[in-house]
Ligand binder design. Structure first.
Ligand code: SF4
Length: 99
């Protein structure tokens, strides 16, 4: 089963007000959620394009905070992919524990 299909099965997601202003509204979901059998070069190209959309998004910080605050395993959210969000979660946890 592809990640896109898994994500689709979770839809509809609860509406969040900030999503009304999201730059990805109307974009192809496949840009943000690639298939499991995607090659690394394909993934890099797709994620680069998704991150370009995120870079111009007025709700990027809110989106990233939201995605990091829950166990969102798939896709590009707030300009970060899955691996980058895991690192961001750890970074935030370390910072919170140090405070
Ligand atoms: S930051 Fe990216 S994924 Fe999040 S709402 Fe904006 S465009 Fe969509």
């Amino acid at each position: 089963m592809s990640r896109s299909r898994r994500r689709t099965e979770l839809l509809p997601i609860p509406s969040r007000g900030w999503q009304e202003a999201a730059a990805c509204r109307g974009e192809d979901l496949a840009l943000f959620f690639g298939p499991e059998d995607e090659s690394w070069p394909q993934r890099e190209m797709r994620e680069r394009r998704a991150k370009q959309v995120c870079a111009g998004c007025p709700v990027r910080t809110t989106c990233l905070d939201d995605a990091v605050s829950r166990p969102e395993k798939y896709g590009t959210w707030g300009g970060l992919n899955e691996v980058e969000r895991t690192s961001e979660r750890r970074r935030r946890l370390r910072r919170a524990n140090a405070a």
